[in-house]
Design a protein around this ligand. Structure first.
Ligand code: ZN
Length: 187
C-alpha cells in the first residue's frame, strides 16, 4: 500500500469505487475477489478458465494478479466485473503507452506481448480465449450513451474529490492562522 497519498490518489480510488459499483449493478451482486462468492468466481476464472496461467503470455511460474482488460481507471472506464478480469503476471501487468500518451488497449497489449516473446502463432488463440471469457461472463455491452455517462460521472467525481482534498489544506491553513492569532491574543 502506498505510504505517500496525494489528492489524485484519493480521486482515483473514488473513480475505481464508482466503476466497482457500476460493475456490481450489472452483475446483480457484489464482486469482492477477497472473500465469499466473489473470491469463488475469481478463483474459477484464474484456475479453471485460464488454467492458472497469465492471460497474455501464458506463463504459470509466478503468482498471478487480477488484471482488468478494459482498464479500471479514467482512461478506459473498465468495470470491476468477472467478464473484465483475467489473471496476469507482473510483467504483463504493465501496459505500453502510445504516442498520444494513452495506454494500449488489451488487444494491442496482447499483440505486443506475443510479438516480444516470439509467440505470434498463439496470439489468435489467446485473443479468442479472452473474447470468449468476456462473453461467457456477460460483461455488459455498453452503448455509446452509457459509456459517455460513465465517463462524465467518473470525471466529475475525480475533479470533486481532488478539489475537496485541496480545499481541506486551505481550510487547515486558515484555521491554523486563526488559532495562532487566538493564542497570541490570550497571552
Ligand atoms: Zn504474462
Amino acid at each position: 500500500m502506498a505510504v505517500y497519498n496525494t489528492p489524485s490518489d484519493s480521486a482515483n480510488t473514488a473513480v475505481r469505487a464508482f466503476l466497482t459499483k457500476v460493475g456490481e449493478f450489472y452483475l446483480g451482486h457484489s464482486f469482492n475477489t477477497g472473500n465469499g462468492k466473489g473470491k469463488e468466481i475469481w478463483l474459477r476464472i484464474k484456475n479453471e478458465v485460464f488454467n492458472s496461467s497469465c492471460a497474455y503470455c501464458g506463463q504459470t511460474k509466478e503468482k498471478l494478479q487480477i488484471e482488468h482488460l478494459y482498464m479500471f481507471n479514467r482512461s478506459e472506464y473498465g468495470l470491476h466485473h468477472p467478464g473484465n478480469t483475467v489473471p496476469c503476471c507482473t510483467e504483463c501487468n504493465t501496459r505500453a503507452k502510445k504516442e498520444d500518451k494513452t495506454y494500449t488497449d488489451w488487444l494491442e497489449h496482447l499483440k505486443i506481448v506475443c510479438q516480444k516473446r516470439g509467440d505470434e502463432s498463439v496470439f489468435e488463440t489467446r485473443k479468442q480465449k479472452i473474447l470468449k471469457h468476456i462473453e461467457s461472463f456477460n460483461y455488459p455491452k455498453l452503448n455509446d450513451s452509457e459509456k459517455q455517462a460513465i465517463k462524465v460521472i467518473a470525471n466529475s467525481l475525480y475533479d470533486n474529490i481532488k478539489a475537496e482534498s485541496d480545499k481541506s489544506l486551505s481550510l487547515y491553513k486558515e484555521l491554523d492562522k486563526a488559532f495562532v492569532k487566538a493564542t497570541n491574543y490570550c497571552q
